[in-house]
Design a protein around this ligand. Structure first.
Ligand SMILES: Nc1ncnc2c1ncn2[C@@H]1O[C@H](COP(=O)(O)OP(=O)(O)OP(=O)(O)O)[C@@H](O)[C@H]1O
Ligand SMILES: O=P(O)(O)OC[C@H]1O[C@](O)(CO)[C@@H](O)[C@@H]1O
Ligand SMILES: [Mg+2]
Length: 469
């Protein structure tokens, strides 16, 4: 039977049918493993088995053959992904490749802030101590450069010292950009006797972790590394979403609410909110969908023009005529090519080499004001601009993100103790999995504007594409 042909006949009378479909081969993108111990030491039983409270049932441990699939759905009519890709399932293994008594862990945070960073740190420390009995756990201060910093850049951490970290925004370890000197970093790791590294950061941090992993291999070092993806922008691919993202969307609501109040309370009022999102518009999109007060959402994935027929300003004027006010949400990376910039500004980068953006919010506000004065000089008009940029990422994680951070931290520890390295733990279709670091480092996650999600935005805002005629 052709699975793409719908059942014919009376719908009410039809019965379920079974259709056999042959799927393409499965490719396991396995997480790399540590080299065998030179002393020939064999596997160590997982200490959780002898933990006084756990009493793990037979289904507790992840079996060596457990995998999760990358694609949870596909269209049988247009062909399945070929090959189908699988990853190792994350979780505790019955036997370990790493002896917890000899483990010495280093935790580092790099890049921008994100709600939940401190929760991940806390759960790594507590999990290492209490699940596996790893007592030598150190926080490395101020990003990758801390590995080759002074002695006091390496701080011993234990469950008591991190007890309330999940209630705090930011990162207790401090974070920096730049300073990635591979040899000095790996020399620092070796000199301090670290045997496992947990690097928490965004896309740049993941690329740095790949370089460190490759250098460990090149030097034949038996040191493991895992990357825990942090990006408030949710711009890392393969995983379902990044931690802190939901908290950021929640806090963004407060800015949109305020913009809405200001807009409705003015004559011909516009509330303009700029949200984070350097190359992806996920925060703007999700905040728009959750708020319902937004009339227009601008994201980096979609070009727009402002003046003239079919432009943004004409649309806002019409919306004001219809409703009396309008709310606009713009992602920081949207419309960058419209803002005039000097050659110097074109070359500006942060310490990690990320291009520095011009501020789209004030630019949009002043362009709109100028346009209104020119086109409708006799009509009152107000724009209230709100920039909650750092407020949405400098807060503690909400309950959902705190739980997510805990599961990520535990997944990372279980993977490292099982002997995996060069991997990232993350949920794929809800299943926590181990994904090779090198895959994550190049996996971007732009908003798919052909997907249902963008159609939902349209249905909420009723906005057109602001394309040049
Ligand atoms: N290609 C790369 N190779 C090695 N290291 C890198 C690379 N890109 C960035 N890094 C290093 O990773 C660290 C963090 O990078 P970056 O400042 O770009 O933040 P990020 O991890 O991308 O986080 P976010 O974008 O969310 O703020 C910095 O120390 C930077 O030097
Ligand atoms: O000002 P900072 O700390 O360099 O970070 C700004 C960038 O960091 C991010 O929040 C990503 O983490 C981007 O959205 C933003 O462009
Ligand atoms: Mg980045």
């Amino acid at each position: 039977m052709d699975p793409t042909v719908p059942n014919s006949g009376d719908h009410a009378a039809s019965t379920p049918t079974n259709t056999t479909v042959t799927l393409p081969p499965l490719t396991l993108r396995d997480a790399p493993r540590l080299p065998a111990s030179p002393s020939g030491a064999t596997a160590v039983p997982n200490p959780i088995s002898s933990h006084p409270y756990f009493h793990p049932p037979p289904t507790f441990y992840i079996s060596p053959g457990d995998v999760s699939l990358r694609h949870a759905f596909f269209d049988l009519a247009s062909g399945t992904p070929n090959p189908l890709v699988a990853y190792r399932r994350a979780g505790p293994r019955e036997s370990l490749a790493v002896d917890p008594a000899r483990a010495r862990a280093a935790l580092v945070t790099c890049g921008g802030l994100c709600p939940g960073l401190n929760t991940v740190l806390r759960e790594l420390v507590v999990g290492l101590h209490e699940l596996y009995g790893v007592l030598d756990v150190f926080g490395v201060a101020a990003g990758y450069r801390g590995f080759y910093g002074a002695d006091d850049d390496h701080v011993r951490l234990d469950p008591a010292s991190v007890d309330d970290w999940h209630k705090k925004g930011g990162t207790a370890l401090k974070t920096t950009r730049g300073g990635f000197d591979l040899n000095k970093i790996v020399d620092g790791i070796v000199a301090r006797g670290y045997t496992q590294v947990y690097a928490i950061g965004g896309d740049g941090t993941m690329r740095g972790a790949v370089a460190i992993f490759e250098e460990f291999k090149r030097r034949g070092l038996r040191i493991s590394i895992t990357g825990i993806p942090k990006t408030v922008d949710n711009d890392i691919g393969i995983i379902d979403r990044s931690f802190g993202f939901q908290t950021a969307v929640e806090i963004a609501q407060q800015a949109i609410d305020a913009a809405h109040v200001e807009a409705v309370s003015a004559v011909n009022g516009i509330g303009l909110v700029k949200l984070m999102g350097r190359s992806t518009g996920h925060i703007a999109l999700h905040a728009t969908l959750s708020s319902r007060d937004v009339d227009c959402c601008l994201i980096p994935e979609i070009d727009f023009h402002v003046e003239g027929k079919g432009g943004l300003f004409e649309f806002l004027y019409e919306r004001i005529k219809k409703k009396g006010h309008a709310v606009v949400v713009v992602a920081e990376g949207a419309g960058q090519e419209l803002i005039p910039r000097t050659d110097d500004q074109k070359r500006e980068q942060d310490e990690s080499g990320n291009m520095l953006f011009l501020d789209v919010g004030p630019w949009l506000k002043s362009e709109l004001g100028r346009w209104w004065k020119r086109e409708h000089p006799t009509e009152l008009f107000t724009v209230k601009y709100i920039d909650p940029t750092y407020m949405i990422r400098a807060v503690p994680a909400n309950a959902t993100d705190n739980l997510y951070c805990t599961l990520l931290a535990h997944s990372a520890i279980h993977g490292i103790m099982a002997g995996f390295t060069g991997f990232v733990p993350g949920p794929i279709n809800g299943n926590y999995s181990y994904i090779p670091l090198e895959d994550i480092a190049v996996a971007k996650n732009p908003v798919d504007v052909n997907d249902h999600k963008w159609a939902w935005v349209r249905s909420v805002t009723d906005q057109p594409d602001f394309l040049k005629p």
